[in-house]
Design a protein around this ligand. Structure first.
Ligand code: G
Ligand code: G
Ligand code: MN
Ligand code: NA
Length: 249
């Protein structure tokens, strides 16, 4: 397959880069951290979105070395940011199938000199769906050393509530489809309120994704959301643009 070969070359030739999108803590009114989002700078096709190549990387298993590169790069960058600021990394279910993602994470933290509390891992329900007994053990081990675990794209799957019972997430990321509907559908606001209340009572924080308007932001504040992320706050930016956003040089 052409894309697979291209991806192998891309890994070898380091054609990948990370973009960073901030999330804002609504109580402190401060940037709490940045989500690392992988980009492929293809020599002929330009910047390729992960939506176009992550599925191929997953099918071919290339997501394992690519995911390790993302983790290491993200931890190295975050080690240069001021202390409470976190970095958030998306993990694919496929990365859990090798059974040693915890060792990979721990090595990335150690080599970068990053405190585990400053790393957050975003997983989708696909991770918990694949019923390998080791998955929960791995998540508990990472949480045990202080790594934060977030449930990504919450509300889009089939039995998200069950997953909240299966694992004590630190944070729930409310899918941007609910945020997009906030101004147009009253039920979307009811759902967001219900999720923040549920998260609160489970000791989890919430991040609303895809916030694009002041009106959405006002609704989310009212609903008691902990953090917001989206184009209204900032688009994903290059690594060099992070320090200036934090008030540094
Ligand atoms: O970055 P957007 O800008 O296009 O990302 C599209 C999708 O790709 C999102 O669902 C996001 O979670 C996923 N994605 C981005 N970076 C990574 C990554 O490093 N690893 C994995 N597994 N998914 C990623
Ligand atoms: O699935 P995940 O949440 O990791 O996906 C992050 C994706 O969401 C990236 O593709 C990112 O570019 C996109 N994104 C981030 N903020 C916004 C936003 O405000 N609006 C829209 N439409 N997409 C966003
Ligand atoms: Mn994410
Ligand atoms: Na998401």
């Amino acid at each position: 397959r052409g894309v697979e070969l291209d991806l192998r070359v891309a890994l070898a030739e380091q054609q990948f880069a990370l973009a960073f999108q901030p999330f804002l803590d609504l109580t402190a009114n401060r940037i709490a951290g940045f989500e690392a989002l992988v980009r492929w700078h293809h020599p002929a096709r330009g910047v390729v979105s992960p939506a176009a190549f992550v599925p191929v990387a997953e099918e071919t298993g290339l997501i394992v070395p690519l995911g390790e590169w993302v983790l290491r790069r993200a931890c190295q960058e975050a080690a240069r940011w001021p202390d409470p600021v976190r970095v958030s990394v998306n993990l694919s279910p496929v990365q859990f199938r090798t059974g040693d993602i915890d060792a990979t994470v721990i090595a990335a933290l150690r080599d970068a000199g990053l405190d585990p509390h400053r790393l957050e891992l975003e997983i989708t329900e696909g991770v918990l769906l694949q019923d390998t007994p080791s998955t929960l053990a791995i998540l508990h081990r990472l949480k045990g050393i202080g790594v934060r675990i977030a449930m990504d794209d919450f509300g889009t799957g089939y039995s998200s509530l069950g997953y909240l019972r299966a694992f004590p997430f630190d944070k729930i990321k409310i899918d941007r489809s609910f945020v997009a509907d906030l101004s147009v559908r009253p039920d979307a606001l009811a759902i967001v309120r219900a999720v923040t209340t549920l998260a609160d009572s489970l000791g989890m924080s919430t991040t609303a994704e895809g916030v694009e308007t002041e009106e959405q932001l006002a609704h989310l504040r009212g609903a008691g959301c902990t953090e917001v992320q989206g184009y209204l706050i900032s688009r994903p930016v290059a690594a060099e643009a992070v320090a200036p956003m934090l008030g540094g040089a």
